[in-house]
Design a protein around this ligand. Structure first.
Ligand code: NAD
Length: 341
């Protein structure tokens, strides 16, 4: 029996990952930890957890990653072989008003995971990093070989710190670890703090949505199932443990981008979203979108084009995200209709 420990199991990516493992794999159990905090609508987290609690080999623990004893007890009791750390305080703007949450979850929490992986050896530690580590780098596509020493938010700084901490633990204690830099993930039961979700809420409320740089920004939007597929492939193939010429272990450490590598124009994204919201019956057929859309200049610090170089992911795991915006936004719109209306 293999034991997976997923932190952030009530979160968007964690719940989808847990569900896929529980549905497809035999002889496994999934231990999920989440504090179920109220950074966004808790009802969505409860909805995701209800889906997971239908599986009898799912164990849910409500707790805080920053509580060392709580995390240690989980490792002691369940001895997970695979750890996927997805719990974190996300969001860039929230870090201006709530910096403590980032230090607590993303730094102390991650440190607790590392310490446990040191004392209760695991086959593989996979953890979420973020495309935000690229800061305002100009060169695209973003490659894991690029320099990422200039974070422009506290959130990005904590994610980059995770990669550094993981490297040192991989080197010192030979812990196989892989960091995954996710690029804007979207889909059903996604995060309400993200643009596509916020746009939808605003359009329904009859408010106006602001589209920066007149819609001429290009972004990688990555559908949730592609992210889950990527995490599963990576999770099962830990970086190899090898010794260098000096006889000392070479850190079994890796970092990959997971993104669509096919940047889409923000305006196209909004247009497809509109069409799919109408198709799903979230908005009426005669909705006047033009009256609820404001094209505005770029915000300071915004980058016009960002997207992922996923060559290493393709090379090592034979996988590249491929879900189209049309298919992905259709699933989001249909879920939204069912959940809220
Ligand atoms: N969704 C994206 O577009 C995206 C992009 C890049 C990186 N990421 C990273 O991927 C991971 C998962 O993201 P998500 O979109 O599922 O976010 P999410 O907010 O939906 O999920 C994170 C979960 O972690 C929980 N959590 C937070 N702090 C905790 C703590 N101290 N103890 C226990 N639980 C805690 C939250 O309650 C939440 O349910 C995060 O690390 C995030 O930073 C996400």
């Amino acid at each position: 029996m293999k034991t997976y420990f997923i932190t952030g199991a009530a979160g968007f990516i964690g719940s989808n990952l847990a569900k896929r493992i529980l549905t497809e794999e035999k002889n496994i159990r999934v231990i999920g930890l989440d504090s179920v905090n109220d950074y966004y609508d808790v009802k969505i987290k409860e909805y995701r957890l209800e889906e997971l609690k239908k599986f009898e080999n799912f164990v849910f623990i409500k707790g805080n990653l920053a509580d060392k004893e709580c995390v240690e007890n989980i490792f002691k009791e369940y001895k997970p072989e695979i750890v996927v750390n997805l719990a974190a305080q996300a969001g860039v703007r929230y870090s201006i008003t709530n910096p403590d949450a980032y230090i607590e979850s993303n730094l102390i929490g991650f440190y607790n995971i590392l310490e446990c992986c040191r004392h209760y050896p695991v086959e593989h530690l996979v953890y979420a990093s973020s495309s935000s580590v690229y800061g305002s780098n100009k060169k695209v596509p973003y490659s894991t070989d690029d320099k990422v020493d200039n974070p422009v938010s506290l959130y990005a700084a904590t994610k980059k710190s995770n990669e550094l901490l993981a490297h040192s633990y991989s080197k010192l204690y030979n812990i196989p670890s892989t960091g995954l830099r996710f690029f804007t993930v979207y889909g059903p039961a996604g995060r309400p703090d993200m643009a596509y979700f916020g746009f939808t809420n605003k359009l329904i409320a009859g408010e106006t949505i602001k589209i920066f740089n007149y819609g001429n920004c290009k972004r990688d939007f990555t559908y949730i199932d592609d992210i889950v597929e990527g995490v599963i492939r990576v999770m099962k193939k830990a970086p190899e443990k090898k010794n260098g010429e000096d006889g000392l272990p070479i850190p079994p450490y890796a970092v990959y981008n997971i993104g669509n590598s096919n940047p889409e124009n923000l305006l196209d994204f909004v247009n497809i979203l509109q069409e799919e919201l109408v198709r799903a019956g979230v908005l009426p057929k005669d909705y006047d979108f033009e009256a609820h859309k404001e094209l505005v200049p770029m915000q300071a610090g915004d980058v016009p084009v960002t997207f992922a170089d996923t060559t290493p992911l393709e090379r090592d795991f034979g996988f590249k995200p491929s879900t189209s915006l049309r298919d992905g936004l259709r699933k989001f719109a249909e879920w939204y209709k069912e959940f809220y209306m």
